[in-house]
Design a protein around this ligand. Structure first.
Ligand SMILES: [Zn+2]
Length: 129
């Protein structure tokens, strides 16, 4: 049976560990920090929530991942960051293109207006002469 260690080195079966101090199910999560990469732990579901009082529940899960699993997670994390960077670049490029389209539409309206004025001017000058 899977077990985890609490901060005071008690071992409790995973199935017995269902709630954090908030009374919510405590999820098994995976660290992405360089030092503990891939190491799993039980934490508080509301840890990142600003509205919720944090209970600071934390306990390492005792099964450490294999070196291969750590390498795969690290590689996937790097690829995820690269894709996030590409996405941000694409969003910036999209904003630049939207501005360019807006400018070109304004220029189109201006040229159409000037063309109309010139046409009316030509017609009027032909009628007078
Ligand atoms: Zn909690």
């Amino acid at each position: 049976m899977s077990q985890y260690s609490t901060s005071n080195n008690q071992f409790v079966s995973r199935s017995n560990h269902v709630e954090c101090k908030c009374g919510l199910p405590s999820p098994l999560m995976t660290t992405l920090t360089y030092v503990n990469q891939g190491h799993r732990f039980f934490g508080c579901r509301m840890y990142k929530s600003q509205r919720y009082k944090k209970c600071s529940h934390f306990a390492w899960y005792d099964e450490e991942m294999s070196q291969r699993a750590k390498e795969v997670i690290s590689s996937m994390h790097q690829k995820l960051n690269q894709e996030k960077f590409k996405l941000n670049e694409a969003i910036i490029r999209e904003d630049q293109l939207k501005l360019k389209i807006k400018f070109l539409k304004m220029m189109n309206k201006f040229i159409m207006g000037m063309t109309l004025v010139l046409l009316i001017g030509l017609i009027v000058s032909n009628v007078i002469n």
